[in-house]
Design a protein around this ligand. Structure first.
Ligand SMILES: Cc1cc2nc3c(=O)[nH]c(=O)nc-3n(C[C@H](O)[C@H](O)[C@H](O)COP(=O)(O)O)c2cc1C
Length: 173
């Protein structure tokens, strides 16, 4: 699949079919994620793969009732290892690089999933402490995004984008 086509065609999916997502495909998504760029190649990402309905249900609560998370057969929670990034780059590593690095990994997951005919949604609105407790995430690791993945049961209309003229600056801001 053409990369621009994937970047433009991917949509946030919030309704999923009951159809399962095989483990081999999930592995490919993780494979795509781990090839993302990262500051100093520190690779501060950690992935929690959730399939158990009981855990997904608790994640729904942590996300202020984003029910579609429960519908997805698999959910990947992408975390940033702040401790590892701060060892390399201090405060900038902890507060900026590890978030950028994990964001790149998340988008690799989204685009690769799309290329397999899967839908995903980048869920960032959740109570962090609650997610940490549910998933037993240790100190120094920060959950960044909850990504439900499944075969789409909807074809969302594309949301608008700002025109290029409004966001691009030449030479100086
Ligand atoms: C950092 C971040 C956090 C987001 N959090 C949520 C969320 O909590 N729930 C949700 O339904 N969508 C969430 N989204 C998805 C956005 O709403 C969506 O990407 C945007 O509306 C554009 O639509 P599109 O992805 O279909 O192009 C989030 C996206 C990003 C990048």
């Amino acid at each position: 699949m053409d990369v621009l086509e994937a970047a433009k065609g991917r949509r946030s999916t919030r309704a999923f079919k009951i159809q399962d997502v095989p483990a081999e495909i999930v592995e490919k998504l993780i494979e795509a994620a781990r090839w993302a760029p990262s500051a100093g190649n520190i690779q501060p990402w950690e992935f929690i793969i959730v399939r158990k309905p009981k855990i997904k249900r608790r994640l729904v609560e942590a996300t202020l009732d984003q029910m579609f998370i429960e519908e997805a057969p698999v959910v990947i929670v992408v975390c940033a290892n702040e401790a590892r990034s701060s060892q390399g780059y201090g405060m900038r590593g902890k507060t900026l690089y590890c978030i950028q690095d994990t964001a790149a990994a998340i988008q690799n997951i989204n685009l690769t999933a799309y290329s397999f005919g899967l839908g995903t949604c980048w869920v960032g609105a959740f109570r962090e402490e609650e997610a940490r407790e549910i998933l037993k995430i240790p100190h120094g690791i920060r959950p960044v995004a909850i990504v439900p993945i499944g075969y789409p049961a909807e074809a969302p209309t594309p949301r608008s984008r700002k025109p290029i003229s409004q966001i691009v600056h030449y030479e100086t801001f």
